[in-house]
Design a protein around this ligand. Structure first.
Ligand code: FRU
Length: 503
């Protein structure tokens, strides 16, 4: 048995890899709770998205993957490609926990990123360019406990096969926790920049390199903002502010959750980056979060987009470490958020991130729903005019006593997402929850753009000013949508579309 396993690995390592039969989708993607337009592996466990990169017409997604089971373990980079960020083709895992045929390296492959080495600065490419991955190699040496350092792998065939660099690791500070490198090309100074975290010290360290293999420490950021949890998965990217000539850098990182307690989420800082150092515009700023739901983690933006300078597309893990190993799905566990377009706008409170679902998602609309609305795969546009109501909102996935409420409380000025009666909440004691965030009505109105996808709900409020993403597991079938108001009047405009599956 063992030999057959190694034979399969050898074959996987030698031949050019195409679509993976192991990951094929025959008979899959129709299971209860299976997202229809969010990415999930056909089988087994996933957590963070890794190395999102656009190259030769393909959007690649790699992801923390356990090829052997549906809970965390054996961390390997799963891999899929898409031409539109919606329809995905599964490929065989890119870099795995199994021994690399070239180097014998069998460390676990933790989160990281992929760049296109356009001018073969690394000398690793056979031709003029290639894809280079940088990831955390997580070592479990017997007797020595764990160690984390940064390693490279590269691909000369559009990401279909990967080799680990034979002089790994390329960055090692002899630390137990030192991980999640993000690299990008910094054009003004013709160099590579790498940011990663020292999780327990709440620090993001910054390194630079001309060749991806030798790295020089240049600065660090933190502790700052929310430090109630360890820091993970940093990212650093630049965006214009609205239509102005101003630009700002965003440093995002995962860890602390806007609702505190046992949960995790993604916070961000707005600031400047001079090629070596990120400085927050307002170090005293109260923490800002990308998403206020429980299920948005390890968000990271695409590298090498066609119009890279004006765009950032972020994708995240739609789950939460608090209960991720227990969610009631099979034969897969874990999925990604929708890829989101990020932008910056000047607001009364400062420069803030705004988010938008990709326009291409419209092509998945499968007819507008008129009259009574119901369904587990829906896009909703809801406009609530608050009038005299003290509270108003929408109930979704409603069936008998099960419902998920997305509502607005006028007095506290809060939008909330209540999944306490959403269905199966018993698989983990912390799952039943209510999240809320401050939101101002615009001309007396609250606008909600809601995507319901079987077990994932993403809400974009007031044209993407804030978002809430949450998992829900309903146990019944009719899944109705209803508006409601309390203690006064509110009026609603609701548009709804059924959504097709991409699988
Ligand atoms: C974040 C994380 C990363 C790490 C990976 C391991 O969710 O903990 O810090 O690289 O997951 O799977």
């Amino acid at each position: 048995m063992k030999y057959i396993f190694f034979l399969i690995l050898l074959l996987m390592a030698c031949g050019r890899k195409t679509t993976s039969p192991e990951l094929g989708k025959d008979g899959l993607y129709t299971e209860p709770y299976r997202p229809a337009f969010h990415f999930s592996p056909a089988r087994n466990w996933t957590n963070d998205p890794n190395g999102p990169v656009y190259y030769k017409g393909e959007y690649h997604i790699f992801y923390q993957y356990n090829p052997y089971g549906d809970t965390w373990g054996h961390m390997t980079w799963g891999h899929a490609v898409s031409r539109d960020l919606m329809h995905w083709e599964h490929l065989t895992p890119a870099i795995g926990e199994y021994p690399d045929p070239l180097t014998g390296d069998s460390t676990m492959v933790f989160s990281g990123t992929v760049v296109v080495d356009e001018n073969n600065t690394s000398g690793l490419c056979r031709g003029k360019d290639c894809m280079v991955a940088v990831y955390t190699s997580h070592v479990h040496a017997r007797g020595e406990g764990k160690r984390q350092h940064e390693s490279l792998a590269f691909s000369d065939d559009d990401g279909r096969t990967w080799k680990r660099y034979d002089k790994n690791p390329v960055l090692d500070i002899q630390r137990k926790d030192f991980r999640d490198p993000k690299i990008f090309w910094y054009k003004p100074q013709n160099k590579w920049v790498l940011v990663l975290v020292v999780p327990d010290l709440h620090k993001v360290q910054c390194y630079e390199s001309r060749n991806l293999t030798q790295w020089k420490y240049v600065s660090e950021f933190g502790p700052l903002g929310d430090t109630s949890k360890i820091w993970e998965c940093p990212d650093l990217f630049e965006l214009p502010v609205g239509n102005s000539d101003q630009r700002r850098w965003i440093l995002s990182l995962s860890g602390s959750h806007p609702q505190g307690s046992t949960f995790v989420g993604v916070q961000y800082f707005v600031g400047k980056f001079d090629g070596s150092k990120f400085t927050a515009d307002d170090p005293k700023q109260k923490p800002l979060y990308v998403d206020y739901g429980k299920d948005f983690y390890a968000g990271i933006v695409y590298n090498h987009l066609p119009e890279e300078n004006n765009q950032a597309i972020m994708i995240s893990w739609a789950n939460n470490w608090a209960y991720a190993n227990k969610t009631p799905t099979s034969p897969w566990r874990g999925a990604m958020s929708m890829p989101r377009e990020l932008s910056l706008r000047q607001t009364g409170e400062g420069i803030r991130l705004f988010q938008k679902p990709p326009d291409t998602l419209r092509s998945l609309r499968d007819g507008e729903v008129h009259g009574e609305i119901s369904g587990k795969q829906l896009e909703l546009e809801v406009e609530i005019t608050l009038a005299s109501a003290k509270e108003a909102g929408i109930k979704i996935l409603k069936s008998g006593d099960e419902e998920t409420i997305i509502g607005y409380r006028v007095e506290s000025g809060e939008l909330f997402f209540d999944r306490t009666h959403s269905g199966n909440v018993s698989f983990h004691k912390d799952f039943a929850s209510v999240e809320s965030l401050k939101l101002n009505p615009v001309k007396g109105k609250i606008k909600l753009h809601i995507f319901i996808d079987q077990s994932i709900v993403e809400v974009f409020a007031n044209d993407g000013e804030e978002t809430i993403s949450d998992l829900v597991f309903i146990t019944k079938d009719d899944a109705k949508v209803e508006t409601y108001s309390k203690n006064g009047e509110a009026t609603f405009k609701v548009k709804a579309w059924r959504m097709k599956s991409v699988w």
